[in-house]
Write a protein that binds this ligand. Sequence first.
Ligand code: MSP
Length: 512
Amino acid sequence: MAGSYFLTTAIDYVNSAPHLGHAYEKVLADFFSRHEKSLERDVLFLTGVDEHGQKVQQSAQREGVEPQLFADQMSAHFQRLHESLGVASTHFVRTTDDHHKKIVREWLQRLHDKGEIFFQEYSGFYSVRQEQFVTEKDKVDGQWPEIFGEVIETKEPNYYFKLEPYRQQLLKYIEENPEWIVPAFRRKELLGALAEPLGDLCISRPKSRLTWGIPLPFNEDYVTYVWFDALVNYYSFASVKGKLFWPPDLQIIGKDILIPAHGVYWPIMLFALELELPKHLLVHGFWTNSGAKISKSNAKSLIDPVPYVEKFGPDALRYFVLREMVLGQDADFSDDRFETRYKTDLGNDLGNLVNRTLAMIGRYREGVVPNYDGFHLVESDNGLRSDIYVDEYRAAVEQFAPHLALQAAWKLVQCGNQYVEETAPWKLAKDPAQAKRLDVVLGLLAETVRRLSVLVQAALPFTSEKIRAQLQLFPGPVRIEEALFGNSLKGHAIGKPEPLFPRLEEKPPAAS
Ligand code: MSP
């Protein structure tokens, strides 16, 4: 085993159903997880849901059900989406899990014992939507920004976690670890946020105001602030069969939860508990719909991934989001672009190459991949044998650029299709003197299809399996090295081609 790899995603609030933004982040993590598995690493992949807090309590109240029942139903919804998309996490995290609650209480007790947490009466402004106290400094042009929703004045004693004593340590850490936050421009934003002294973090909510949370171990009249509870999940589930995978190699989050949650609270919690920080915080941008952020609070812009999965299949959605979004930046969703990617990249390019290769081997060689060992090869043959695309693919994944990795894989797809056009096997088949040449062409094409089944497995796991089934090969997962050229299929009997991305007559589900 080539070492271990631990990656996480943000855990989603269960106050409403998942949308495309949630689906993207989980697919992205699954892509990296599958890639690491193809490097033979022992992978721990955590994703799941954030179930406590005021928003969930309020949503449950609106529905007239107990928060636990509400959370159970919504969590099942998220879990089903993950399954349908092939998001194969090691564990689906739920913050209502008893083990997690125990760890949160342990952390709080340890911090309390160390004197990091103190009790104080505070009067000030409170954002109901963000579930946090806000100050005059948070106003923009004298107004509370919209993200805070309703802001009320309140006065109550609470427990606070001191952040400021760790600010210099955090600044030093960021300076010394330039790769900690990806992409680099997010690191600059964080440094900016750390230029001023940090206020204390209120980590409790009185039960008189919020009951749906984890009670504080040192005062049961309070529950834990939802962010403190949620962040601990990364540690609660970091052990598998007694093996602790700490620190995380990769933590994937959206740009809205870097500052302050993952860029300030989280590392300071870890400093205070003397735990190592994650190696990378990978910060992705937002999916928008006609320029508007896709969010549960904006019904008009909302995109439900389920109808797309049902109509086009999970890999079509996976491919679209991974290929279209330049990791770190925002990307816009549109039905037209989705349909174009489906028809061209998937149907006409990959699907067609696989289909015609298998069909021609069936037609001209009775379904057996010819052996061309020792036959004369020409320049175009060598182009198809090149490993350059695999190198490019791997380099792109290492640089956290799945869209470039897919571009590299599709260069091999295009190379294969061009090769079919140039060599025109249907013409070679008519001339018995060209039998050896046809063997070379079909052998190389079969090998290209086999290599592609490996190269697309992290992004398109279902398609990869289908290709391998049609080739009558072991289903996978397969080591990435198997994407390298090898003449391994000679004499191998393949199956019948079946369309991977069938043509669809109707329009896709409306995006608004
Ligand atoms: N529960 C917190 C995270 C706690 S992590 C310890 C939360 N939940 S969320 O449901 O609001 O968001 C979950 C993730 O989805 C975040 O990383 C967020 O950035 C991401 N997205 C939400 N909307 C998004 C888009 N429109 N596009 C891409 N991702 C977005 O925050």
